[in-house]
Design a binder for this molecule. Structure first.
Ligand SMILES: NC(=O)c1ccc[n+]([C@@H]2O[C@H](COP(=O)([O-])OP(=O)(O)OC[C@H]3O[C@@H](n4cnc5c(N)ncnc54)[C@H](OP(=O)(O)O)[C@@H]3O)[C@@H](O)[C@H]2O)c1
Length: 337
């Protein structure tokens, strides 16, 4: 019997978390929901009840078994340490992920790291999770030297306002109108679109701000989080993160270079038996909207030999809101319990 809190319960990750918990592993005797003052009083269905969303207040987390935080990093920085004085916190934001005393966990990959927590545990980025689930069993067998990755990330990865912007632009384009920004009809109008240009029917090779070397924030997250989770601080990683104008599902095209020869037939056997992975043949495969959305697995397909026997190429896909966010957080809580 568990008592659980969610901060950011009205957002895309929070909403998905509520649905995951509803069909999840524990009997929940109390679920406390928090968001901004704007949503206070909103009612959300959970099992046979309607629960009221409260304005976020650290005191409201007293006595809970675990709190899930689904807020932007600045809010996590402010509120998570306060709440962690009252109960363990699993944080979805990027703020704590690289801090030395905060475990960053993908349960299929580094579950043992949870032992060292000091009441704050970080949930990785929505592309780091599927990448590490797929690469860890191969790394254990062949020894990982380098990764080259290109991501194809859906719009829901940027939150509810981003999805509203996609919807607005899609409707404009369907009516042959210019998708001007922002959407004046949006229930939560923002001063501008969260994207640097039109996102509907588009492909944008930029997610987050640039560092002086020209990498984006999203690229640095994938590089540094992968190194931490795999305990390979010197792993060579090249990444290009790309936003694509679809609603749900993140994909990654991966080329992995190993220490040893990694024949694709052995790799296929390993991936077919890897926890959390669903290996698909080219016949079975289609895209994220038709396969990943609403499902829990990390889908791996298009496996083939790279340019040398030490290299493999493959395609990884997952529902960014489920395994990429909410489900992974619930699996971390299972480790805690
Ligand atoms: N979307 C993904 O696929 C994904 C995947 C992995 C990680 N993440 C991370 O998870 C976090 C949440 O993402 P999301 O996609 O769920 O974002 P979202 O849809 O924009 O939701 C944001 C949530 O934060 C709440 N909030 C905003 N300002 C607040 C305040 N001042 N006090 C309390 N609550 C406040 C919002 O409540 P109101 O409704 O009241 O505004 C809403 O519940 C982010 O750090 C994101 O980077 C997202």
């Amino acid at each position: 019997m568990k008592k659980i809190g969610i901060a950011g319960a009205t957002g895309l990750v929070g909403e998905t978390l509520i649905r995951v918990l509803e069909s999840g592993p524990w009997r929940i005797v109390e679920l406390r929901l928090f968001a901004s003052g704007r949503s206070a009083g909103t009612r959300i269905d959970f099992q046979d009840n309607e629960l009221e969303v409260k304005k976020l207040d650290p005191k409201g987390f007293k006595g809970l078994d675990v709190a899930f935080f689904c807020l932007e990093p600045e809010l996590a920085e402010e509120f998570v340490p306060e709440v962690a004085k009252r109960c363990p916190v699993i944080d979805k934001s990027s703020h704590f992920r690289l801090k030395e005393d905060v475990p960053l966990i993908v349960p299929e990959v580094n579950p043992e790291a949870v032992k060292n927590h000091k009441n704050i545990i970080a949930n990785p980025n929505c592309t780091t999770i599927p990448l590490t689930v797929a690469i860890a069993p191969l790394a254990r067998k062949f020894g990982l030297k380098a990764l080259n990755v290109a991501t194809y990330q859906s719009v829901s990865g940027a939150g509810r306002k981003a999805l509203e912007q996609l919807q607005f632009e899609t409707e404009c384009l369907a009516m042959n109108q210019e998708p001007t920004s922002p959407d004046p009809r949006a229930p939560t109008p923002e001063p501008r679109s969260p994207f640097p240009c039109q996102v509907a029917q588009n492909v944008i090779p930029e997610i987050g701000n640039y560092d002086p070397a020209g990498n984006t924030a999203e690229e640095l997250k994938l590089i540094n989080e992968t190194r931490k989770i795999l305990s390979l601080p010197d792993l060579l990683v090249n990444v290009t993160c790309v936003r694509v104008g679809v609603k749900h599902g993140h994909c990654l095209a991966v080329t992995a270079r190993f220490e040893k020869k990694a024949w694709w037939q052995s790799a296929r056997t390993i991936l077919c038996n890897a926890p959390g992975v669903l290996f698909m043949t080219t016949d079975e495969y289609s895209g994220p909207a038709t396969i990943a959305e609403g499902h829990d697995e990390v889908f791996v397909s298009r496996l083939r030999q790279g340019a040398v026997p030490e290299e493999l190429n493959f395609w990884v896909m997952t529902d960014n809101l489920r395994k990429g966010a909410a489900l992974n957080a619930v699996q971390i809580a299972e480790l805690l319990f």
